[in-house]
Write a protein of this length. Structure first.
Length: 263
């Protein structure tokens, strides 16, 4: 590689974490907390789906703005934003499915369409949808838009499998765990696009967390364990904080040269 090539292949840090096993452990904990936390506000505290959605939407907007303004990757801020997006996803999906009445199938179809639209616009604008390219405000806006729709889609999918699919929460968790196992196998033993596998895994971890959260706090006659939602949320939150503090995390990296990224 000559000096010119080296100077144009500058490696700089992204503002999102490197994708490791620790990333997925914390992500699943965050999605489970989003389910139990959202249900705590809308059901246990009896705020209702609309008020809960407005509350978590406001929190998510504030945190996304802070994330975009941040100069570098901050684990606490990043994961707080993920929790806000997954909790908003829980209440928004429940509001659309139950209050508006479009149902789990209709909600899942609509949200999948929105997610594909955001990813398509992102790819058209940047030539990639790799999380390693998240370094500018415009790309961050695409990233968090895709994150939010994927979180909401995951909630709707989890409810669709558990209820409409009549598999229950245990069956739903097994289906999504099996799906993630297939993705892991494709990652280790095939050459399928890593970007495609990342987004597939990101989407599937949400309904896995949603079904696990529902299994913990739903009534016994609905196939759950009937645990206290606030208690379950507190335990999961503590576990997640411990993981964030103890699991090594570092910012992902991306090439500073945009043509190299597109290649």
């Amino acid at each position: 590689m000559d000096d010119y090539t080296k100077s144009n292949a500058i490696i700089s840090e992204s503002k999102v974490p490197e994708v490791t096993l620790g990333f997925w452990i914390i992500k699943i904990a965050a999605t489970t907390l989003g389910e139990t936390g959202g249900d705590t506000v809308t059901m246990t505290l009896n705020w209702g789906y609309l008020a809960g959605t407005c509350l978590f939407l406001a929190a998510m907007i504030i945190l996304v703005a802070a994330q975009i303004r941040a100069r570098k990757f901050n684990p606490a801020l990043y994961w707080a934003t993920i929790v806000a997006s997954t909790t908003f996803g829980t209440t928004m999906a429940d509001f659309a499915d139950r209050s508006v009445g479009i149902g789990y199938t209709g909600g899942s179809t609509l949200l999948l369409t929105c997610l594909m639209l955001v990813l398509g616009l992102w790819y058209r604008a940047e030539g990639t949808i790799s999380v390693n390219s998240v370094s500018t405000p415009r790309v961050e806006a695409f990233y968090w838009g895709a994150i939010t729709f994927s979180q909401t889609l995951g909630t709707a999918l989890g409810d669709w499998i558990a209820d409409t699919g009549d598999l229950g929460y245990r069956g739903g968790a097994l289906v999504f765990a099996a799906g993630l196992a297939v993705i892991a196998a494709l990652y280790f033993w095939t050459r399928v696009s890593r970007v495609t596998l990342f987004w597939a895994a990101f989407i599937l971890t949400r309904p896995l967390g949603a079904t696990v959260g529902d299994f913990l706090d739903k009534p016994l006659d609905h196939g759950g364990l009937a645990l206290s939602r606030p208690l379950a949320s507190a335990v999961i939150a503590v576990f997640m904080v411990v993981c964030v503090l103890l699991i090594p995390q570092r910012a992902g990296q991306h090439p500073g040269n945009q043509s190299a990224e597109r290649a």
